[in-house]
Design a binder for this molecule. Structure first.
Ligand code: GLU
Length: 463
């Protein structure tokens, strides 16, 4: 059977084709001659599957999309506090090439406008590095992200350098303001070369999906961007990535994104999917007209808006009980009811809080304010099951361990069903002993609690 996804992506392209408004970026000679009929879309999952449609092999210069990745590199090379001293994170609402600095701090407003991007570029390698050294570092990193060797388009570079007065002006302004330490011309030349690196939509989707995958390349498994930088980059893409259309973009499409004047746009939905679109004609804010339409369609058809509440925390905990009877040493009269708390999915604060509430509800002495509470005040054993928990965030881990400590202090025996060991007991010095056992499944938990030969009559009860 053939996957329906490539057919769907072809529809996404055809749906946007009739939109013929906009202009190619006229201020860079080579871009002004771009074939405006070219269109493409690509989508890369965080486990490395790539889908694409349209002119997905056509190369174009990365332009401002590079700013997001170079920002990540600057954080890696210089450290986040040092980068923040030089470049802010406030949306500017101005055109991308505005000659402006933030009044109070003298910093460029953010790294996604040219002033901020030139300053960011100057932090790569070191203050006195040459344009070649910085571009070499950037080209290597972008190539690793794309999964193939990328190249600078010399024609684009020459064309842009020929008419670089505005960017050179920004360079000198940054130097005068003390934001750039080294030679401003080197910084601007390097910045323009960084913008002239050629990519296709498949390269961009893979780069975006590395951001979505917390900086780990989905195919090579290589950690390329540190976790802290990924969060910073995605935040700035969300607030400042689409030039002065950031607010419209976030409310309509809701995906952290960055666009470039050659007509490319990337979108990176954290933890889910990286997308890239391409079509050269731009709207008055500098974003690809058909690119925006394609992203709108992907977002609404596929429910990609990051503010769509797709999962409510309520579903993450289930309470049930196991009645254990017929144990070898006390064949008939022995009956024990053991509550089971079952956590599901990627558990974060809300899920762990839900678990805490469920435990308190079951174990506190019955309370008229909380009907049905205190059903298991006498239970000696408790089962916590992480069989269906995919991951525990840091705060979830800490809350759950505190619950475990308190249950133990109250003299209860805990059995943790955790075949893949998502719960890290040892890091937090919670000892595994007779009062706390980690087992692989419920049958093992039952044998541990009731002894060999016991049987279980289970009933389930969602809470
Ligand atoms: N190299 C372009 C410039 O500095 C990048 C602009 C963009 O893609 O927004 O003008």
């Amino acid at each position: 059977m053939k996957s329906p996804i490539p057919d769907y992506l072809r529809q996404v392209v055809e749906n946007a084709r009739p939109a013929d408004s906009g202009e190619v970026a006229g201020y860079i000679e080579v871009l002004a001659k771009a074939d405006a009929s070219k269109m493409a879309v690509a989508l890369a999952t965080v486990d490395g599957k790539m889908y694409s449609a349209g002119d997905d092999e056509v190369e174009f210069s990365i332009q401002s999309i590079s700013k997001a990745f170079v920002y990540a590199l600057a954080i890696q090379d210089t450290g986040l506090p040092q980068v923040l001293e030089k470049v802010g994170v406030e949306p500017s609402g101005d055109a991308f090439n505005k000659l402006s600095l933030q009044r109070s701090t003298n910093r460029p407003m953010n790294p996604m406008i040219n002033a901020g991007a030139i300053a960011t570029h100057s932090l790569i390698v070191g203050p006195n590095a040459t344009a070649e050294q910085r571009v070499d570092r950037i080209l290597k990193a972008l190539s690793r992200l794309a999964g193939r060797q990328l190249r600078v388009d010399e024609a684009v570079y020459e064309a842009e350098l020929k008419d670089a007065n505005r960017n050179m002006g920004l360079g000198y302004m940054l130097k005068a303001a003390g934001i750039i330490d080294g030679d401003p011309q080197e910084a601007v030349r390097g910045y323009i070369r960084q913008c002239s690196i050629n990519v296709n939509v498949r390269d961009l989707a893979m780069m975006a999906s590395t951001l979505c995958n917390a900086g780990v390349h989905p195919v090579s498994g290589e950690g390329i961007i540190p976790h802290q930088s990924v969060r910073q980059v995605l935040s700035v893409m969300t607030t400042c990535g689409m030039y002065d259309a950031a607010g419209d973009w976030v409310s309509n499409i809701g995906i952290p994104a960055k666009s470039g004047v050659a007509g490319g746009i990337i979108g990176a939905l954290p933890g889910q999917v990286g997308i890239a679109v391409f079509s050269p004609k731009l709207d008055e804010r500098g974003n690809s007209v058909r690119g925006v339409i394609m992203c709108e369609k992907l977002s609404s058809d596929m429910g990609l808006h990051m503010m769509d509440i797709s999962q409510v925390a309520r579903a993450t905990v289930r309470t049930s009980a196991m009645t254990i009877t017929g144990c070898a040493d006390q064949p008939h009269e022995y009956v024990q009811e053991v509550p089971i708390f079952d956590l599901r999915g990627a558990v974060r604060f809300a899920g762990a809080e839900r678990l805490t509430r469920a435990i308190v509800h079951e174990f506190s002495s019955s309370d008229t304010e909380d009907p049905g509470s205190g059903r298991y005040t006498n239970a000696r054993a408790v089962i916590l099951s992480f069989r269906d928990a995919y991951s525990l965030s840091d705060v979830a881990q800490r809350i759950i361990l505190e619950n475990i400590r308190r249950l133990r202090a109250a003299g209860r025996n805990l059995v943790v069903v955790d075949p893949t060991r998502v719960l890290k007991l040892h890091g937090d010095h919670v000892p595994e002993d007779n009062a706390l056992r980690v087992v692989r499944d419920l049958a093992e938990a039952r044998r541990y609690i009731g002894g060999t030969g016991c049987r279980a009559v289970s009933y389930s009860d969602s809470w």
